[in-house]
Design a protein around this ligand. Structure first.
Ligand code: SF4
Ligand code: SF4
Length: 96
């Protein structure tokens, strides 16, 4: 599934999970971190409810702590880039 849609429906789902999370930054207006990116004032890691969230399942998300790490789309892009880089380095070693 593609990037998480930034809409009111997803916001209301997120509130049920981020809103009661011990790591929730509690910055006014901030929610739906997997779509909008990290908080301006992230807290320490004290658990993450993302894995329980309907959006996490619907969009096949695999990460946690989006309020600290940033939006899912960017994390996926970084993961793919690092995978490609590792693969490329392995191929280079074989060729040497
Ligand atoms: S992204 Fe995860 S850690 Fe952050 S507030 Fe939401 S559920 Fe908690
Ligand atoms: S996956 Fe996490 S950040 Fe995204 S909507 Fe669910 S609880 Fe909120």
């Amino acid at each position: 599934m593609s990037e998480v849609d930034d809409n009111y429906e997803n916001e209301t789902i997120c509130i049920k999970f981020c809103g009661v999370c011990p790591s929730y930054p509690r910055v006014k207006g901030e929610i739906l971190f997997c779509a909008r990116g990290k908080s301006v004032s992230p807290k320490q890691k004290s658990g993450c409810n993302c894995g329980l969230c309907d959006i996490w399942n619907k969009y096949d998300l695999t990460d946690f702590y989006y309020c600290m790490k940033g939006e899912a789309k960017e994390l996926r892009r970084l993961f793919s880039t690092s995978l490609f880089s590792s693969f490329y380095q392995a191929v280079q070693k074989i060729r040497l």
